[in-house]
Design a protein around this ligand. Structure first.
Ligand SMILES: [Zn+2]
Length: 419
């Protein structure tokens, strides 16, 4: 795979893949005949079966351009709540938390995404089931609210902590994240819900979402309720991809909770499964679970390898790392906002194709500061922070540390790229 690097003015690094379209960037926000009114609340959640179009970046009305439209997926990794993260954000009077300060620095970046997705590595199952951190998590409802407020729209709920509060925890988490305006993927409260396809349309591009986990930390799925958590089973995943394709998804994005914790490179199980799924029609694979960032690569599949006999490409990020957590050191406090810009264009025969146009990466760092003997957490987008140096509470030492982290993670991200 060959690539060219170029810096975007918004501070994200864009890597233009040769297999993607290399045409000039259409900076005009795309408008399509399917456009509905812009929501003042970009996170309002339409039912999964009801298509909605949103433009998170408010823009004036522009002429419709049905020949070419574009939209960007932004993905983040593990969203975790360890107990030391909470005390500074508790308000005794209202007996509630306000976790929005964690995300103030990334919120402007999320506003640039048309789809924003993360891995919710904790049940949000209610206070009566007690808030706990490792090893069996349960985070306050306010976490879901804070994510929605920041601009996250979808969360994978299929991970090794899905069953930390049993089946009631699965259903309550689903109810709560929906209540907060997020779309959950990968866990279900009924067999019917598991069959519901999640296709979200933005600017005329229909993206289908799937999510699976390698397991649930040894906690068995309840008898007769195998639908509760989607487990990785290549046969099942391929059938789900085919169903999305039949439903005319332009793009299929698969979240996979897989790999080995704290390993910075993908193992053979990960690379093999990713290739198999791209051969079967997956376009974007979002890995999580190792708690450290693993590299991304483009997988090219020849016509003889692909399930439908057509050559195709897929983009795989093997692990997005920790987005927010109390884990520090050895790259555990470094995450990533991974962006894939997609372009849908009309062909001479009137049909449409959707292709990856560019990949953007904005590595993040969880800054932990002490105030009043409590820990304060902020997810810092490192490129943006280093270019404007305007973030309150960050010291020269913090910027120096970020410079080193950013250089290291940037080299690491591209390390599977042979060019
Ligand atoms: Zn995990």
């Amino acid at each position: 795979m060959k690539r060219q690097a170029s810096a975007l003015s918004i501070g994200l690094l864009a890597i233009t893949l040769t297999a993607c379209l290399n045409g000039p960037t259409n900076s005009t926000p795309s408008q399509t005949p399917l456009q509905t009114e812009s929501h003042s609340q970009p996170n309002s959640t339409p039912p999964a079966d009801q298509l909605a179009t949103e433009t998170p970046i408010s823009s004036p009305s522009l002429p419709t351009d049905p020949e070419r439209t574009e939209a960007t997926l932004l993905a983040i990794g593990d969203i975790m709540v360890h107990m030391p993260q909470l005390p500074a954000y508790y308000d005794r009077k209202s007996d509630s938390y306000n976790l929005t300060p964690w995300f103030t620095q990334v919120k402007p970046i999320f506003q640039q995404g048309d789809w924003v997705i993360g891995n919710l590595e904790t049940p949000v199952a209610g206070k009566d089931l007690k808030y706990t951190g490792y090893p069996r998590f349960n985070a306050p409802y306010e976490l879901a609210e804070a994510l929605a407020d920041a601009g996250v729209q979808l969360v994978s709920t299929a991970n090794n902590h899905s069953m930390d509060r049993g089946f009631p925890g699965v259903t309550r988490t689903l109810d709560n994240v929906k209540q907060a305006g997020l779309i959950p993927i990968g866990t279900s409260s009924s067999a019917e819900e598991q069959l519901q396809m999640i296709i979200e349309e933005r600017n005329g591009i229909r993206m289908g979402f799937l999510a699976y986990t390698y397991g649930t930390n040894g906690i068995p799925l309840p008898a007769g309720k195998a639908y509760a958590v989607n487990l990785i089973d290549p046969v099942e995943i391929k059938m789900d991809i085919a169903r999305l394709r039949q439903a005319e998804a332009d793009v299929v994005t698969v979240s996979l909770h897989f790999g080995i914790e704290y390993q910075r490179m993908p193992n053979e199980d990960q690379t093999k499964l990713a290739r198999e799924l791209v051969e079967a029609g997956a376009d974007i694979i979002l890995g999580s679970h190792p708690h450290v960032v693993q590299p991304y690569e483009q997988i090219d599949v020849s016509s003889s390898e692909s399930d439908d006999g057509k050559p195709r490409q897929g983009i795989v990020i093997y692990s997005l790392g920790n987005f927010i957590s109390n884990q520090t050191g050895n790259w555990k406090d470094v995450g990533l906002i991974f962006g894939v810009r997609l372009v849908k264009s009309r062909q001479a025969d009137g049909s449409y194709i959707t292709q990856c146009d560019a990949i953007t990466t904005e590595p993040t760092w969880v800054h932990i500061g002490w105030k009043n003997q409590k820990r304060h957490y902020t997810v810092i987008p490192m490129k943006t922070a280093l270019s404007n140096k305007k973030i309150p509470d960050l010291t020269a030492k913090d910027y120096g540390k970020m410079r080193i982290l950013l250089k290291g993670i940037s080299e690491h991200l591209y390390s599977l790229d042979p060019s």
